[in-house]
Design a protein around this ligand. Sequence first.
Ligand SMILES: [Zn+2]
Length: 392
Amino acid sequence: MTQTATRQEHEPVLEPLDETVDPIPGSPAGCLILHYGDYECPYLGQAFRAIERVEQEMGGGARFAFRHFPLTGVHPHALAAAAGAVAVRPRVRDLASGRIASPSEGVSMASSLSIDVFNSGYKPIPGGLGWDDSSPATWPASTSTLISGDRDALLVDALLTTSEGERLAAWVQDTGKRPRAIFVTHGHGDHFFGAGPVLDAFPDAQLVACDQQVVDEARGQTAPEVMAIWNSWFAGQFSQSPAVPALTSSREFDLDGHPLLFRTIGAADGALATIVHVPEREAICSGDIVYNNIHMWLWNSTPDSRQAWLASLDAVAALKPSTIITGHKDPDAPDDNATRVLDQSRRYIEDFDRAVAKSSTPREVIDVMLAKYPAYGNRYTLFAAAFTQFPS
Ligand SMILES: [Zn+2]
């Protein structure tokens, strides 16, 4: 095939750029990089990083524009992502055809998107049923993730105690970014009771969830009988009237031009699990669906609930992330590699399931799991889970 033939093959489907209707930042004299892509493409993040390197090497002599090209045949969510990203633009045309967007539909990407993680570390709690007292019992280390554009940000989850919330607020303030919302992944108190100090520091930020069931489960955590359970662990350390998330109006969040997607996944550790998907970075904030080097909250789980949790892991894996920020993460975990944390979470649930089936006492389950996972953080979680499997 000659060069000419190759060029002809591609040229007719690309409409020329018209800067009168689609202004691109930067000097018109600079080299323009026009990128056609779709947000569900697993290679899009790599392409953006390559383009960033080119822009840096050209020292400001390059301009960049992004044009939606949703490959709906292979990427079932690409069209929705593209439609969400251009929804605010007045001249959106027939995206449903899957054809290349016209110049008026082009979206210029903001220059940067960063993901930063705050880890609470472990907090001492009373040991309770079955704890062996060989060391102080602790609550699992938890994360709060700040996804930032050039100016604005989205904070994912907001920890538990007031002092954690204060440290989190100071950490966010240090970044200089302005959180427009705090997204709550699921309705367990250890992921939003700490939001108060952050909301005080950023009064314009909204505390939100993307599914009515998460809102309802979060509200359920503030019922007196549930607050009594939280108080048995953390009396005097957290707000007795915590803010409860409100339902978002949209599942797509435009962060300075970068689309973030809120998705309901399914069951996990006892509450409906939702996630934040950052397609441009192939990243997911998984809440408590996935764990990183830390014992998993299988308290009161059943064979059926464990199967449902495995299905949720599969649903996250199907999004093909490279990075997963897990809701609970050992502070010394080596990285946020998606394949590793998905594999280890799947294996952990299957091992626990088998250990329970083969054992007749909690101690047997604990011994099997500690032998398989000697370096995992927060043994208390395993003790609590094992004791609920053998009610006396
Ligand atoms: Zn949790």
